[in-house]
Design a protein around this ligand. Structure first.
Ligand SMILES: *[C@@H]1O[C@H](CO)[C@@H](O)[C@H](O)[C@H]1NC(C)=O
Ligand SMILES: *[C@@H]1O[C@H](CO)[C@@H](O)[C@H](O)[C@H]1NC(C)=O
Ligand SMILES: *[C@@H]1O[C@H](CO)[C@@H](O)[C@H](O)[C@H]1NC(C)=O
Ligand SMILES: *[C@@H]1O[C@H](CO)[C@@H](O)[C@H](O)[C@H]1NC(C)=O
Ligand SMILES: *[C@@H]1O[C@H](CO)[C@@H](O)[C@H](O)[C@H]1NC(C)=O
Ligand SMILES: *[C@@H]1O[C@H](CO)[C@@H](O)[C@H](O)[C@H]1NC(C)=O
Ligand SMILES: *[C@@H]1O[C@H](CO)[C@@H](O)[C@H](O)[C@H]1NC(C)=O
Length: 398
């Protein structure tokens, strides 16, 4: 995707610390690498304004990426007093860090999948994508500017085009999109050598899924919730879809499998509030693979009530519409703030739906994972970023 920065008018609109000091409110102490931006300062751009489209990152200052864009004091609480964000792994020619990030606490390793079927992914109808890991411990001990290497997992060939993942019973739970006639499936993978795996589901009552995309465990019921969408077809590695685009719930103990939500353009990421009463599902309708981008389609996070008896998703409403790219992978922190990987980095909303800040990367992030107290690991295709902040994730180790 070509990214053009709007300059000129928009560049004048940010309120930096010095001008904030002229307001009556006590000036907040801004952390390093951050810029404070007032929504009202760009509420009216005028007849000759520098308007942008949904593919152009919003960067109202010359702050270089990565940086923190702060729209509301709530984001300062998330960042804490001394946040930082930096690249810890990189490969300019290989989108090795796309989706399915999982942190394993005992080894302090982060696992992740390369791009499946898209740009720089090195995977297509004839080639599987790659699932890899890095040592976060090693990354933290590196000197400034140094990077860690990533290591490929020798996964069984039944696992094709991994796109989603979450920790489950001290193992990796991977959802895989399938490739050609090879079925999409859900696999449990041993996070330690020999990385052996067990497929736990590869069909809906005998019918192949379209291309499974993402997964989370419900915090109370421990059921597995996953999304099935059509990116395998739109990225030319799966046949035309033969099921609706919908969200499923699998009881891993009884095998009970049911649809809990439909009526999406393209459902994608999924997450739950810490109390399990609210589900969030992203719809990346805007992004259409070989169909290109269509900016009239959803780039939207929907919220639902989770029915206490059936766990069906009900009372759908818009939680947020994103201003750049699509909201892809989604995570909540322990306070219920919502983080999603978007076209310009990680965007963050408070529980009431206000956009409070961004981990501004100036490039697409498809997913993120909390990695213990105060650590956020961000997938950015050809790079992995580590942010050290105050917030802690809601990705309990079920
Ligand atoms: C907008 O630009 C046009 C053409 O340069 C100019 O005539 C007009 O005065 C400008 N309008 C404003 C409000 O600046
Ligand atoms: C950004 O950089 C441009 C070009 O160097 C400059 O004209 C502009 O004033 C800068 N904007 C801000 C907000 O610093
Ligand atoms: C954002 O990316 C564009 C295109 O890659 C680049 O020209 C620009 O300098 C970047 N801006 C920042 C703030 O990093
Ligand atoms: C990037 O990844 C490609 C594909 O795995 C590999 O051939 C290349 O050596 C890597 N580059 C670096 C700098 O590690
Ligand atoms: C990464 O791999 C390169 C090439 O094999 C090696 O020179 C470098 O020391 C490795 N870096 C780390 C941090 O292990
Ligand atoms: C891996 O193999 C071990 C030893 O046979 C077994 O206990 C474990 O359940 C296997 N893990 C998976 C995910 O298949
Ligand atoms: C974009 O999507 C809308 C809504 O589905 C559709 O009406 C329109 O034809 C699409 N535009 C393009 C260029 O595909």
């Amino acid at each position: 995707m070509t990214i053009l920065l709007t300059s000129g008018l928009l560049a004048c609109l940010a309120i930096v610390y010095t001008s904030y000091a002229t307001s009556t409110a006590a000036p907040p102490k801004l952390p390093p690498q951050s810029v404070l931006t007032d929504f009202k300062s760009f509420a009216v751009l005028g007849a000759n304004g520098s308007f942008r489209d949904g593919l152009t990152p919003f960067n109202p200052t010359n702050t270089t990426a990565p940086s923190f864009q702060i729209f509301n004091d709530d984001f300062l609480t998330i960042l804490g007093n001394n946040p930082s964000i930096r690249v810890i792994a990189e490969n300019d020619t290989f989108a090795f860090a796309h989706e399915a990030p999982i942190w394993m606490p005992d080894t302090d390793e982060v696992f992740f999948a390369s791009n499946d079927g898209g740009a720089l992914g090195m995977s297509d109808l004839n080639h599987n994508n790659q699932y890899s890991f890095i040592s976060l411990k090693a990354a933290e001990n590196l000197g400034k500017g140094q990077l860690v290497n990533f290591t490929k997992l020798p996964l069984d060939s039944s696992i094709q085009m991994t796109n989603g993942g979450t920790p489950f019973r001290n193992q990796l739970l991977l959802v895989n999109s399938g490739r050609g006639p090879l079925p999409p499936n859900i696999a449990l993978v041993n996070p330690k050598p020999p990385f052996n795996s067990t497929i736990i589901l590869d069909n809906f009552i005998g019918r192949q899924f379209n291309s499974l995309n993402d997964v989370k465990i419900h915090p109370q019921s421990k059921a597995i919730f996953f999304t099935d969408t059509i990116y395998g077809f739109l990225n030319n590695f799966r046949p035309p879809p033969e099921l609706p685009i919908q969200v499923y719930r699998l009881d891993p103990d009884t095998g009970d499998l049911r649809v809990v939500a439909d009526q999406f353009n393209k459902c994608n990421g999924i997450a739950f509030s810490p109390d399990g009463n609210t589900a969030f599902v992203t719809d990346t309708g805007v992004s259409g693979g070989f169909m290109g981008f269509n900016q009239t389609l959803p780039a939207t996070i929907y919220a639902y009530d989770v029915d206490p008896v059936t766990q069906m998703f009900k009372n759908r409403r818009v939680f947020a519409y994103t201003d750049n790219g699509v909201p892809d992978g989604i995570e909540l922190d322990s306070k219920g703030n919502v983080y999603s990987g978007c076209g310009d980095g990680i965007q963050v909303w408070n529980p009431s739906g206000q956009l409070i800040g961004k981990f501004f990367l100036n490039t697409t992030s498809a997913n993120l994972a909390f990695a213990g107290q105060g650590r956020l690991v961000i997938m950015a295709e050809t790079k992995i970023f580590l942010a050290n902040i105050a917030a802690t994730g809601n990705n309990l180790l079920f």
